[in-house]
Design a protein around this ligand. Structure first.
Ligand SMILES: C[S@@+](CC[C@H](N)C(=O)[O-])C[C@H]1O[C@@H](n2cnc3c(N)ncnc32)[C@H](O)[C@@H]1O
Length: 345
Protein backbone atom coordinates (compact mmCIF):
# COMPACT_ATOMS: atom_id res chain seq x y z
CA UNK A 1 0.00 0.00 0.00
CA UNK A 2 1.54 3.29 -1.05
CA UNK A 3 1.48 6.37 1.12
CA UNK A 4 -1.94 7.92 0.84
CA UNK A 5 -2.89 5.08 -1.50
CA UNK A 6 -6.15 3.20 -1.45
CA UNK A 7 -6.59 -0.29 -0.08
CA UNK A 8 -10.38 -0.59 -0.08
CA UNK A 9 -13.02 -0.05 -2.74
CA UNK A 10 -12.11 2.09 -5.76
CA UNK A 11 -12.78 5.81 -5.41
CA UNK A 12 -16.14 6.96 -6.72
CA UNK A 13 -16.10 9.52 -9.44
CA UNK A 14 -18.60 12.22 -10.25
CA UNK A 15 -20.35 12.62 -6.91
CA UNK A 16 -19.87 12.45 -3.18
CA UNK A 17 -19.53 9.11 -1.40
CA UNK A 18 -22.60 10.09 0.62
CA UNK A 19 -24.94 13.05 0.73
CA UNK A 20 -27.29 13.18 3.72
CA UNK A 21 -29.81 16.07 3.93
CA UNK A 22 -30.03 17.61 7.39
CA UNK A 23 -32.29 20.60 6.72
CA UNK A 24 -33.26 23.17 4.09
CA UNK A 25 -30.17 23.85 1.97
CA UNK A 26 -27.95 21.91 4.38
CA UNK A 27 -26.47 18.46 4.16
CA UNK A 28 -23.58 16.26 5.20
CA UNK A 29 -21.42 15.51 2.13
CA UNK A 30 -18.67 12.92 2.42
CA UNK A 31 -16.01 12.70 -0.29
CA UNK A 32 -13.63 9.80 -0.83
CA UNK A 33 -10.85 12.04 -2.04
CA UNK A 34 -7.46 13.44 -1.06
CA UNK A 35 -8.39 16.41 1.09
CA UNK A 36 -5.51 18.66 0.12
CA UNK A 37 -6.24 18.27 -3.58
CA UNK A 38 -10.03 18.54 -3.25
CA UNK A 39 -10.66 21.13 -0.54
CA UNK A 40 -10.41 24.18 -2.80
CA UNK A 41 -12.99 22.88 -5.27
CA UNK A 42 -15.43 21.22 -2.84
CA UNK A 43 -15.89 23.87 -0.14
CA UNK A 44 -16.93 27.51 -0.15
CA UNK A 45 -15.33 29.72 2.47
CA UNK A 46 -16.17 27.44 5.44
CA UNK A 47 -16.65 29.19 8.77
CA UNK A 48 -15.11 26.29 10.69
CA UNK A 49 -12.53 23.69 9.73
CA UNK A 50 -12.15 21.14 12.52
CA UNK A 51 -9.98 18.09 12.15
CA UNK A 52 -7.38 15.70 13.42
CA UNK A 53 -4.76 14.78 10.82
CA UNK A 54 -2.69 11.61 10.87
CA UNK A 55 0.05 12.20 13.48
CA UNK A 56 2.82 10.31 11.65
CA UNK A 57 2.99 7.79 14.49
CA UNK A 58 2.64 4.53 12.57
CA UNK A 59 -1.06 4.21 13.33
CA UNK A 60 -2.52 1.37 11.27
CA UNK A 61 -5.10 3.14 9.12
CA UNK A 62 -6.93 1.12 6.48
CA UNK A 63 -5.82 3.21 3.50
CA UNK A 64 -3.02 5.50 4.63
CA UNK A 65 0.56 4.71 5.61
CA UNK A 66 1.21 6.81 8.72
CA UNK A 67 5.02 6.78 8.63
CA UNK A 68 6.75 9.43 6.55
CA UNK A 69 10.16 10.98 7.03
CA UNK A 70 9.58 13.83 9.52
CA UNK A 71 10.53 16.63 7.10
CA UNK A 72 8.22 15.26 4.43
CA UNK A 73 5.36 14.97 6.94
CA UNK A 74 5.88 18.54 8.18
CA UNK A 75 5.99 19.83 4.59
CA UNK A 76 2.63 18.10 4.03
CA UNK A 77 1.24 19.74 7.18
CA UNK A 78 2.54 23.11 5.93
CA UNK A 79 0.66 22.53 2.68
CA UNK A 80 -2.46 21.68 4.73
CA UNK A 81 -2.14 25.05 6.47
CA UNK A 82 -1.84 26.85 3.13
CA UNK A 83 -4.85 25.04 1.67
CA UNK A 84 -7.02 25.72 4.75
CA UNK A 85 -5.91 29.38 4.85
CA UNK A 86 -6.82 29.69 1.17
CA UNK A 87 -10.36 28.40 1.70
CA UNK A 88 -11.31 29.50 5.25
CA UNK A 89 -13.78 32.41 5.59
CA UNK A 90 -12.16 35.72 6.67
CA UNK A 91 -13.75 35.36 10.13
CA UNK A 92 -13.38 31.58 10.18
CA UNK A 93 -11.79 29.23 12.72
CA UNK A 94 -9.47 26.30 12.10
CA UNK A 95 -9.41 23.86 15.04
CA UNK A 96 -6.58 21.35 14.72
CA UNK A 97 -6.37 18.43 17.16
CA UNK A 98 -2.88 16.94 17.53
CA UNK A 99 -1.43 14.67 20.18
CA UNK A 100 2.18 14.12 21.09
CA UNK A 101 3.84 11.07 22.51
CA UNK A 102 6.07 10.82 25.57
CA UNK A 103 9.06 10.12 23.35
CA UNK A 104 8.22 12.88 20.83
CA UNK A 105 6.64 15.71 22.83
CA UNK A 106 7.59 18.41 20.28
CA UNK A 107 5.57 17.01 17.42
CA UNK A 108 2.29 18.88 18.18
CA UNK A 109 4.24 22.13 18.40
CA UNK A 110 6.17 21.38 15.21
CA UNK A 111 2.80 20.86 13.52
CA UNK A 112 1.43 24.09 15.02
CA UNK A 113 4.52 26.00 13.81
CA UNK A 114 3.96 24.79 10.27
CA UNK A 115 0.28 25.81 10.28
CA UNK A 116 1.35 29.08 11.91
CA UNK A 117 3.16 30.05 8.71
CA UNK A 118 -0.25 30.58 7.09
CA UNK A 119 -2.54 31.39 10.04
CA UNK A 120 -2.40 32.98 13.50
CA UNK A 121 -2.61 30.83 16.64
CA UNK A 122 -5.50 32.39 18.59
CA UNK A 123 -6.13 29.81 21.35
CA UNK A 124 -4.47 26.67 22.66
CA UNK A 125 -6.94 24.21 24.14
CA UNK A 126 -6.09 21.09 26.08
CA UNK A 127 -8.25 18.02 25.54
CA UNK A 128 -8.02 16.10 28.81
CA UNK A 129 -8.94 12.44 28.41
CA UNK A 130 -8.48 11.36 31.98
CA UNK A 131 -7.77 13.03 35.28
CA UNK A 132 -7.38 12.06 38.92
CA UNK A 133 -8.55 14.62 41.45
CA UNK A 134 -7.19 14.44 44.96
CA UNK A 135 -9.55 15.39 47.75
CA UNK A 136 -8.00 16.63 50.94
CA UNK A 137 -4.67 17.92 49.64
CA UNK A 138 -3.29 14.70 48.26
CA UNK A 139 -3.57 12.67 51.43
CA UNK A 140 -7.30 12.00 51.11
CA UNK A 141 -9.11 9.81 48.63
CA UNK A 142 -8.69 10.54 44.95
CA UNK A 143 -11.26 10.26 42.22
CA UNK A 144 -10.33 9.13 38.71
CA UNK A 145 -12.34 10.18 35.68
CA UNK A 146 -12.01 9.05 32.09
CA UNK A 147 -9.61 6.60 30.50
CA UNK A 148 -5.96 6.39 29.60
CA UNK A 149 -3.73 3.96 27.85
CA UNK A 150 -1.43 2.49 30.48
CA UNK A 151 2.25 2.90 29.75
CA UNK A 152 4.86 0.65 31.28
CA UNK A 153 7.82 3.00 31.53
CA UNK A 154 10.52 3.93 34.02
CA UNK A 155 10.87 7.46 32.57
CA UNK A 156 7.55 8.60 31.14
CA UNK A 157 4.16 9.19 32.68
CA UNK A 158 1.23 8.11 30.52
CA UNK A 159 -0.26 10.64 28.13
CA UNK A 160 -3.75 11.74 29.13
CA UNK A 161 -4.16 14.85 26.99
CA UNK A 162 -3.92 16.20 23.44
CA UNK A 163 -3.87 19.71 22.01
CA UNK A 164 -6.53 21.54 20.03
CA UNK A 165 -4.93 24.51 18.30
CA UNK A 166 -7.35 27.26 17.28
CA UNK A 167 -6.07 29.17 14.26
CA UNK A 168 -7.64 32.19 12.57
CA UNK A 169 -6.51 34.60 9.86
CA UNK A 170 -5.55 37.47 12.16
CA UNK A 171 -6.01 36.18 15.72
CA UNK A 172 -9.03 38.41 16.35
CA UNK A 173 -12.10 36.30 15.60
CA UNK A 174 -14.80 36.75 18.28
CA UNK A 175 -15.80 33.51 19.95
CA UNK A 176 -18.86 32.42 21.92
CA UNK A 177 -17.20 31.39 25.18
CA UNK A 178 -20.44 30.83 27.08
CA UNK A 179 -21.80 28.44 24.43
CA UNK A 180 -19.69 25.82 26.19
CA UNK A 181 -19.70 27.65 29.50
CA UNK A 182 -19.79 26.13 32.96
CA UNK A 183 -22.53 26.98 35.49
CA UNK A 184 -21.28 28.97 38.48
CA UNK A 185 -21.00 26.80 41.55
CA UNK A 186 -21.52 29.74 43.85
CA UNK A 187 -24.30 32.01 42.54
CA UNK A 188 -22.91 34.97 44.50
CA UNK A 189 -20.18 35.07 41.84
CA UNK A 190 -22.77 35.82 39.13
CA UNK A 191 -22.22 39.42 38.05
CA UNK A 192 -19.22 39.84 40.33
CA UNK A 193 -16.99 40.84 37.45
CA UNK A 194 -17.65 43.90 35.30
CA UNK A 195 -19.64 42.05 32.65
CA UNK A 196 -23.33 41.44 32.02
CA UNK A 197 -24.48 38.83 34.55
CA UNK A 198 -24.66 35.29 33.24
CA UNK A 199 -25.41 31.92 34.77
CA UNK A 200 -22.32 30.58 33.06
CA UNK A 201 -18.62 31.28 33.19
CA UNK A 202 -15.95 30.60 30.59
CA UNK A 203 -14.80 26.98 30.64
CA UNK A 204 -11.19 27.93 30.00
CA UNK A 205 -8.72 25.97 27.94
CA UNK A 206 -8.93 22.58 29.66
CA UNK A 207 -11.67 20.45 28.18
CA UNK A 208 -12.33 17.18 29.94
CA UNK A 209 -13.82 14.87 27.31
CA UNK A 210 -13.47 11.18 28.11
CA UNK A 211 -13.86 8.42 25.57
CA UNK A 212 -17.00 6.37 25.89
CA UNK A 213 -16.51 2.85 27.12
CA UNK A 214 -16.91 0.39 24.27
CA UNK A 215 -17.73 -3.29 24.31
CA UNK A 216 -16.48 -4.33 20.91
CA UNK A 217 -13.86 -2.21 19.14
CA UNK A 218 -14.53 -3.53 15.62
CA UNK A 219 -18.24 -2.88 15.98
CA UNK A 220 -18.35 0.19 18.20
CA UNK A 221 -15.34 2.23 17.06
CA UNK A 222 -13.88 0.74 13.87
CA UNK A 223 -11.06 3.24 13.47
CA UNK A 224 -7.71 3.39 15.26
CA UNK A 225 -7.56 7.11 16.14
CA UNK A 226 -10.81 8.96 16.73
CA UNK A 227 -11.93 11.92 18.81
CA UNK A 228 -15.26 12.03 20.69
CA UNK A 229 -18.16 13.78 18.92
CA UNK A 230 -18.17 16.43 21.63
CA UNK A 231 -14.71 17.66 20.67
CA UNK A 232 -15.73 19.06 17.24
CA UNK A 233 -19.14 19.96 18.68
CA UNK A 234 -17.56 22.18 21.34
CA UNK A 235 -15.24 23.71 18.74
CA UNK A 236 -18.18 24.71 16.51
CA UNK A 237 -20.12 26.01 19.52
CA UNK A 238 -17.08 28.01 20.66
CA UNK A 239 -16.80 29.57 17.21
CA UNK A 240 -20.56 30.26 17.30
CA UNK A 241 -23.17 27.94 15.76
CA UNK A 242 -25.07 30.91 14.30
CA UNK A 243 -21.93 31.99 12.43
CA UNK A 244 -21.00 28.49 11.30
CA UNK A 245 -22.40 28.52 7.79
CA UNK A 246 -20.36 25.51 6.78
CA UNK A 247 -18.14 23.12 8.75
CA UNK A 248 -15.40 21.10 7.05
CA UNK A 249 -13.26 18.16 8.21
CA UNK A 250 -10.46 17.27 5.77
CA UNK A 251 -9.73 13.99 7.62
CA UNK A 252 -13.18 12.86 8.69
CA UNK A 253 -12.45 9.21 9.59
CA UNK A 254 -15.61 7.58 10.97
CA UNK A 255 -17.31 10.95 11.17
CA UNK A 256 -17.25 12.42 14.69
CA UNK A 257 -17.27 15.93 13.18
CA UNK A 258 -20.01 14.98 10.71
CA UNK A 259 -22.18 13.72 13.59
CA UNK A 260 -21.48 16.95 15.49
CA UNK A 261 -22.54 19.03 12.46
CA UNK A 262 -25.72 16.97 12.04
CA UNK A 263 -26.47 17.43 15.75
CA UNK A 264 -26.03 21.21 15.41
CA UNK A 265 -27.86 21.39 12.06
CA UNK A 266 -24.87 22.85 10.24
CA UNK A 267 -23.88 22.24 6.60
CA UNK A 268 -20.88 19.89 6.48
CA UNK A 269 -18.25 18.60 4.06
CA UNK A 270 -15.83 15.81 5.00
CA UNK A 271 -13.04 13.91 3.25
CA UNK A 272 -11.28 10.62 3.79
CA UNK A 273 -9.32 8.20 1.63
CA UNK A 274 -11.03 5.12 3.02
CA UNK A 275 -14.43 3.90 1.85
CA UNK A 276 -14.95 1.77 4.97
CA UNK A 277 -14.46 4.75 7.29
CA UNK A 278 -16.79 6.90 5.19
CA UNK A 279 -19.49 4.22 5.21
CA UNK A 280 -19.32 4.13 9.00
CA UNK A 281 -19.39 7.95 9.12
CA UNK A 282 -22.55 8.00 6.99
CA UNK A 283 -24.14 5.33 9.21
CA UNK A 284 -23.40 7.35 12.35
CA UNK A 285 -24.81 10.56 10.86
CA UNK A 286 -28.04 8.78 9.88
CA UNK A 287 -28.30 7.26 13.36
CA UNK A 288 -27.84 10.72 14.91
CA UNK A 289 -30.56 12.16 12.67
CA UNK A 290 -32.88 9.24 13.40
CA UNK A 291 -32.52 10.00 17.09
CA UNK A 292 -31.43 6.47 17.76
CA UNK A 293 -29.42 5.81 20.89
CA UNK A 294 -26.06 7.49 20.63
CA UNK A 295 -23.36 5.71 18.76
CA UNK A 296 -20.46 4.57 20.83
CA UNK A 297 -17.65 7.05 21.07
CA UNK A 298 -19.96 9.81 22.22
CA UNK A 299 -20.52 11.22 25.66
CA UNK A 300 -23.00 13.78 26.92
CA UNK A 301 -22.69 17.49 26.22
CA UNK A 302 -22.87 19.92 29.14
CA UNK A 303 -26.07 21.89 29.26
CA UNK A 304 -28.03 19.33 27.25
CA UNK A 305 -30.82 17.60 29.16
CA UNK A 306 -29.53 14.14 28.37
CA UNK A 307 -26.13 15.17 29.72
CA UNK A 308 -27.63 15.96 33.07
CA UNK A 309 -29.47 12.65 33.07
CA UNK A 310 -26.55 10.58 31.91
CA UNK A 311 -23.95 12.16 34.13
CA UNK A 312 -25.34 10.44 37.22
CA UNK A 313 -23.19 7.54 38.31
CA UNK A 314 -24.38 4.32 36.76
CA UNK A 315 -23.90 0.75 37.76
CA UNK A 316 -22.87 -0.51 34.37
CA UNK A 317 -19.63 1.45 34.07
CA UNK A 318 -20.94 3.83 31.42
CA UNK A 319 -19.27 7.08 30.40
CA UNK A 320 -17.77 9.06 31.96
CA UNK A 321 -16.39 6.39 34.19
CA UNK A 322 -15.45 7.60 37.59
CA UNK A 323 -14.50 6.08 40.85
CA UNK A 324 -13.16 7.25 44.14
CA UNK A 325 -10.77 5.96 46.69
CA UNK A 326 -7.39 5.86 45.00
CA UNK A 327 -5.65 5.10 41.73
CA UNK A 328 -7.78 3.19 39.24
CA UNK A 329 -7.17 0.80 36.47
CA UNK A 330 -8.68 2.01 33.20
CA UNK A 331 -12.25 0.90 32.92
CA UNK A 332 -13.29 -1.63 30.34
CA UNK A 333 -16.50 -2.42 28.57
CA UNK A 334 -18.45 -5.40 29.75
CA UNK A 335 -16.79 -7.60 27.17
CA UNK A 336 -13.43 -6.36 28.39
CA UNK A 337 -12.59 -4.10 25.43
CA UNK A 338 -10.18 -1.34 26.38
CA UNK A 339 -11.77 2.09 26.28
CA UNK A 340 -8.72 4.04 25.10
CA UNK A 341 -7.86 4.80 21.49
CA UNK A 342 -5.03 2.87 19.99
CA UNK A 343 -2.55 5.63 19.19
CA UNK A 344 0.83 4.28 20.22
CA UNK A 345 2.72 6.15 22.91
C1 LIG B 1 -6.72 10.92 12.91
S1 LIG B 1 -7.76 10.22 11.72
C2 LIG B 1 -9.24 11.17 11.86
C3 LIG B 1 -10.28 10.50 12.72
C4 LIG B 1 -11.55 11.29 12.92
N1 LIG B 1 -11.29 12.53 13.64
C5 LIG B 1 -12.59 10.46 13.68
O1 LIG B 1 -12.91 10.81 14.85
O2 LIG B 1 -13.05 9.45 13.15
C6 LIG B 1 -7.06 10.75 10.20
C7 LIG B 1 -7.79 10.26 8.96
O3 LIG B 1 -7.21 10.90 7.82
C8 LIG B 1 -7.39 10.04 6.70
N2 LIG B 1 -6.48 10.56 5.66
C9 LIG B 1 -5.12 10.44 5.59
N3 LIG B 1 -4.64 11.12 4.52
C10 LIG B 1 -5.70 11.73 3.93
C11 LIG B 1 -5.84 12.59 2.80
N4 LIG B 1 -4.77 12.97 2.07
N5 LIG B 1 -7.09 13.02 2.48
C12 LIG B 1 -8.17 12.64 3.20
N6 LIG B 1 -8.09 11.81 4.29
C13 LIG B 1 -6.88 11.36 4.64
C14 LIG B 1 -7.12 8.67 7.26
O4 LIG B 1 -7.73 7.65 6.48
C15 LIG B 1 -7.74 8.78 8.68
O5 LIG B 1 -9.05 8.24 8.71
Amino acid sequence: MGRGGRAGAPARTGGPFARIPIGPGRSVRLWQEDALASLPRRVRRPAVVVTSPPYNRRVRYASYADARPREEYLAWIRRLGEVVAGTLAPDGSFFLNVGGSPSDPWMPWDVAREIGRALVLQNVLHWVKSIAIDRGGGSGPSEAFGHYKPLGSARYVHGAHEYVFHFTHRGDVPIDRLAIGVPYRDRSNVGRWRRPPSELRCRGNTWFLPYATIRDRARDRPHPATFPVELPEWCVRLHGVGRARQVVDPFVGIGASAVAAARLGVDFVGFDLDAGYLAEAARRVRAELDGRPRASGTSPTPGRPEARRRRRPSRGGSTPSSASGGPRRPSRGRSGSPAWPSCPP
